[in-house]
Design a protein around this ligand. Structure first.
Ligand code: HAM
Length: 425
């Protein structure tokens, strides 16, 4: 039997995992600057949380969830996204009572969707996301967007486009919904069965249909901006004004609806505009979800957030030709010749590590040449050589691999020298 990684999932091997760690550290640094604190929720939740929050007419809930019955007969689902779990935790832990509002949270971890595998679309993928809950100020919408863009900028991405729309409040959405029903109803039999059931439950979802997107009624469908009431329109204007104030460029797209039901007011996506990027260009999606805390049994607490996948960020870097190649190198490799030297070398490696120097040595009793090759492959900055002579004299040879210079010195001097050079960068 040959075992394979499940379809739509991937192993992140050491040749790639260092890049993931770098993205993660950028995210953490940016969140620290904006004072978003980490929250970790379980990988699985009660299924009903997602059907309620994400919406039972969405593709995610209808087609993509990994749902199973646990041994106690409860229906559980591997989280397809992070907002519902975070809002569940906000309500459950009464975070609305925290003195500091809004509560600003970030998360990072695997999400699961049974989707058709293609470039940039996986069944297990890692989302980094933030949720700011407890404020209905347009400024926080702009802050959340700025945070996402800062992460991309620090990662080195340049070819980006922010697309934004307003879905309006409940009143605006009801007016738009009625207009959509009136528009599609007379011809609904020309649409797929999903769209037919969406007509009554959530006609906005029809605009998101992957099968019927070329139907002529799609292009002429009533557009949300025409149905925004004054309050919603004013809110949207303020969000845009805040973006203008900090010099963030955007494109307003009245057709941006997003694939989850909890959104209202601000909805946005950040796309890659790089030619090298595949068919899926959305790197990040988010929006406002006032009313979601009430929907899952809590007090009112308006929220906004986004999520981005680390896979797509790395693909975008590659597409822009900015793939990272500067894998963190090894500071020192200790080459030893002979049994006594090996014991001394092993002790030296530990001393180096304690001094904050990344160090490695040979574990295969290779000859000098083999060990030097290994040091090269690991891109060691220094090699420390201990042979029989060095053991006898109580010294080591320190070789700078960049300049080729080699000097004899004591153990302690070699450690101090490398530690100092590392500090100086
Ligand atoms: P979403 O648009 O479903 O929103 O997903 C957000 C991001 O997750 C996408 O833009 C993409 O980067 C990534 N993503 C989604 N599905 C896949 C997949 N199959 N493979 C790889 N990456 C994927 C949400 O999940 C919302 N919870 C975002 C949010 C947070 N809204 C408010 N707060």
């Amino acid at each position: 039997m040959n075992y394979k990684v499940p379809r739509g999932t991937q192993d992140i091997l050491p040749s790639e995992s260092w890049k993931w760690q770098r993205v993660e550290s950028i995210m953490r640094d940016v969140c620290q600057l904006y004072r978003y604190e980490e929250i970790r929720t379980p990988i699985f939740e009660q299924t009903e949380l997602f059907t309620r929050a994400v919406g039972d007419t969405t593709d995610i809930v209808q087609k993509e969830m990994y749902t199973f019955e646990d041994r106690g007969g409860r229906s559980m689902t591997l989280r397809p996204e992070g907002t519902a779990p975070v809002v569940r935790s906000f309500v459950e832990n009464k975070m609305h009572g925290y003195p500091d509002q809004p509560v600003k949270l970030f998360y990072e971890g695997p999400m699961f969707r049974y989707e058709r595998q293609q470039a940039g679309r996986y069944r297990q993928f890692v989302q980094f996301g933030v949720e700011a809950i407890g404020s209905a100020s347009p400024a926080i919408d702009a802050e959340v967007i700025a945070l996402a863009l800062d992460v991309y900028e620090r990662a080195g991405l340049e070819e980006l486009k922010l697309v934004i729309n307003s879905l309006g409040d409940t009143e605006s959405r009801t007016a738009h919904r009625e207009a959509l029903v009136a528009h599609f109803e007379p011809h609904i039999e020309e649409f797929c069965s999903d769209c037919q059931s969406r007509l009554a439950k959530n006609p906005l979802r029809i605009l998101d249909c992957k099968k019927d997107h070329e139907h002529p009624l799609m292009a002429s469908a009533p557009e949300l901006p025409d149905y925004l009431n004054e309050e919603s329109a004013a809110y949207f204007r303020e969000v845009l004004a805040h973006l203008d104030a900090v010099g963030i460029d955007y494109v307003v797209d009245p057709n941006l609806v997003r694939g989850l039901d909890y959104y209202n007011h601000t909805a946005f996506e950040i796309m890659s505009t790089s030619d090298g990027f595949g068919a899926i260009t959305t790197l990040c999606g988010g929006g406002r979800y006032n009313g979601l805390t009430e929907e899952i049994g809590g007090p009112p607490a308006p929220g906004i957030g986004f999520a981005m996948s680390i896979e797509r960020l790395l693909l975008a870097l590659e597409a822009e030709g900015k793939e990272w190649t500067d894998k963190p190198a090894l500071d020192a490799y200790v080459v030893t010749l002979g049994e006594e030297a090996e014991a001394k070398g092993f002790a030296l490696v530990q001393q180096l590590r304690r001094a904050g120097v990344t160090a490695d040595t040979d574990f295969l009793h290779r000859k000098m040449k083999g060990q030097m090759k290994s040091a090269d492959r690991k891109q060691a900055s220094y090699v420390i050589i201990i042979g029989e002579d060095e053991v006898a004299k109580g010294v080591v040879q320190l070789k700078n691999m960049e300049t080729g210079e080699q000097h004899e010195m004591t153990n302690d001097d070699a450690i101090a020298h490398i530690a100092q050079m590392k500090k100086e960068g």
